[in-house]
Design a protein around this ligand. Sequence first.
Ligand SMILES: [Fe+2]
Length: 261
Amino acid sequence: MYHHVKKLMYTVKVDTPNVRFGNMLLEQFGGANGELAAAMQYTIQGWNCVDDLARRDLLLDIGTEELSHLEVVGALIRLHLKELKTNREAAEADPLVTIAGGGGVSLYNSQGNAWTADYLKITGELDVDLRSNIAAEARAKIVYERLLDHTDDPGTIDTLQFLMTREITHMKAFSAALESMEKPAFSIGFLNGGPGLSIGDIKGTEDQEARGKQDMGQKATTSPFAEALSQTMPSTNKPGSSNGEGHSNGSSKKAVAAKKK
Ligand SMILES: [Fe+2]
């Protein structure tokens, strides 16, 4: 079950709004590697993961946090797109958002393509899903990195760096969860490949019979990965204001300096 906490996970501030950059940010709202896709992928995987309660908790914890990231990105986008409502020249940067969306966010990517469940990778095989999630976090990280490369706005950089850092943390948590399953690196499913391509023939793999012996009978109700999840939370993190778009005295200068490194 979910509770609505009336504040943002991270305070959002934009010093100089830029409608074109707000449009680019939509990739992380309704795009293939965006926050909604991550939230839905991990949450649905978690609901399906009924035999491994510890890893189920991890999936649901991160899925829920991704939904909070969606809220943060949405607040950031709205601040950048504010001018669309009143400025004709700005409106031309994104007619879809201006005319159809009234200047607010909706589930489209930066090119106006609708969000789709086709973005999600959900196989029902936990180790395979964890691999997908590590890759998803890597993609989200690189998208944030590119967005950071295209803005000089200190407030925006501050928020994007927070979000990017959390993706790295999630990538580590999913990696830890996969490694703790202790499966040979190329042991996927139960069947071997064809002649000469069996799992045991692939350099670096171990006895595939070890495969599939984990996961059973786990009774944990709290995630042993919680510690990994809590790591690398930036010290600048402060809850947002109740209107969702409050001001931060955060680490913009630090963020800019880090960006230049
Ligand atoms: Fe995220």
